[in-house]
Design a protein around this ligand. Structure first.
Ligand SMILES: [Zn+2]
Length: 289
């Protein structure tokens, strides 16, 4: 392995981050017409990419979708009604890292135009009513704090109350460290709510998207009756480097990607984005009949 100085290591990381930010910024600026695929580096016309549901036509790389785009993809037009939109995060620990948590929340709201990292509500998928939760990576990396845990719990309870199947689309960097142990407690809370849903005999379907990691994977993302994943999604608990350092072994190629998880029984089916709604419909009909 080539040796790099500590200084170089930091600047390399910063450079890579700046490049990623520049690319994601390009996705959102209307005047900008082209984007480079992260995987195959093909130059893509943004309008074509959007018409293709943000999937690279050259290599099938699935770009991230916002929660609004995801709801539009899955729900019948005009059927989604948001629930519990008013719940907000607060900085109950008075936590501050490079900036106070309260400021981070406010900045995230402005930047993402969202109030939290998950949107929950009721909608219809091919005329079948469902309770739906969709995570959004653009709000603090889809991190799970007490609001995300509460909204997931409430949507499971809403499913029980109205006898609806529950679907959750995950996209998360893990537990939100700014809320300390309260974030970790959400793992137990959501898991308990989903256990009650199971006892009610209602289906719980998880759609795993890139990336789904940390405490989210360790709780509601991996408790589905059916796990669907988008191709190539990163799904795991700890990052590969941490695992390699801990077990002192090299990890196999493709570790923590959808395909690897499918071949090891953690994911039931990998579905291309264009087939997601029709597959979900089939599964919902199977449970309904
Ligand atoms: Zn590509």
């Amino acid at each position: 392995m080539a040796k790099i100085s500590i200084h170089e290591w930091f600047t390399r990381k910063k450079k890579a981050k700046a490049e990623t930010e520049a690319v994601s910024a390009r996705l959102d600026i209307p005047g900008n017409l082209w984007i480079k695929c992260y995987k195959c580096s093909a130059t893509l016309f943004i309008k074509d990419l959007e018409a293709n549901l943000k999937v690279c036509p050259k290599c099938n790389y699935h770009f991230k979708l916002s929660s609004a785009e995801r709801i539009k993809l899955l729900c019948d037009e005009g059927t989604f009604k948001e629930l519990n939109a008013e719940i907000r995060s607060t900085d109950f620990l008075g936590f501050s890292d490079s900036q106070p948590y309260q400021k981070r929340i406010e900045d995230s709201m402005l930047k993402s135009n969202l109030m939290e990292a998950v949107i929950t509500g009721e909608g219809q998928v091919s005329s079948i009513p469902v309770a739906l939760g969709v995570m959004d990576f653009s709000f603090m990396g889809g991190s799970m704090g007490s609001v995300v845990g509460e909204k997931i719990t409430r949507i499971a309870e809403h499913g029980m109350e109205h006898k609806l199947p529950v679907i959750v689309v995950t996209a998360s960097g893990g537990a939100r460290m700014q809320e300390g142990i309260m974030s970790l407690m959400q793992m137990a809370k959501t898991s308990a709510a989903l256990q009650r849903l199971r006892e009610f005999g209602l289906p719980y379907i998880v759609i795993l998207t890139d990336p789904t990691t940390g405490g989210t994977t360790a709780s509601f993302a991996m408790l589905g009756d059916i796990h669907i994943a988008e191709p190539g999604a990163l799904i795991g608990f700890a990052g590969p480097r941490v695992i390699e350092q801990t077990i002192r072994q090299k990890l196999p190629v493709g570790f923590q990607r959808s395909e690897f998880l499918e071949s090891h029984g953690m994911v039931d089916v990998i579905v291309n984005r264009k087939d997601l709604k029709s597959t979900l419909t089939k599964i919902l009909r199977f449970y309904k009949d």
